[in-house]
Design a protein around this ligand. Sequence first.
Ligand SMILES: *[C@@H]1O[C@H](CO)[C@@H](O)[C@H](O)[C@H]1NC(C)=O
Length: 192
Amino acid sequence: MNSRIFLLLTHSAAGGLPLGVIVTTSESQNTIAAGLKLLQSILPGDAFYGRGVLGPKVVMTDDCKALRQALQNVFPQTTSLLCVFHVLQAMWRWLWDSHHGVPKGDRQWLLDILKKMVYDMSPEELEASYHQALQDPAVLKHQQYRDHLTAVFAQRKDWAICLRTGLPTRGNDTNNFVESAMRVLKDSIFHR
Ligand SMILES: *[C@@H]1O[C@H](CO)[C@@H](O)[C@H](O)[C@H]1NC(C)=O
């Protein structure tokens, strides 16, 4: 039927716990928002620890613009985070993209620069890592990477683990359990 499926899960002591499923005919922002609004309309008042239609305190997604904007639109008071695994994976793909002309020997080093920033323990350490990166000889060699890193750093609220304190992520900084839930759906339900 060429439908798209969006699984909403939360972490729990027993792993990924399903909260909702949205089946759509497109991945546009408006369509996803319409699906989220339908879901919102059936939430009981005590959903999300009494937040009800305000929705969850935090959501974590891959870096999908339509999905993030739809969530923002329907749940404006929700903090939106990116899965750090996908942030690092996106950087790895960026480094391997031949358009960016990064020599093979430099890719791991340049990835590690971002990885360090993702896992830095404090906002001060994060700032220091960034300023140190801008002076790094390998970074100075690659203007495109430097620009890209600057753009990624501007979004640090979405991925830096040290900026997540106070949010109930409870150590869940990736959404990889969604991948396994997706696989169960494809294998066991769709027999693909
Ligand atoms: C994710 O959260 C659940 C419960 O909130 C917890 O049991 C689990 O250990 C966390 N996972 C990680 C990787 O910290």
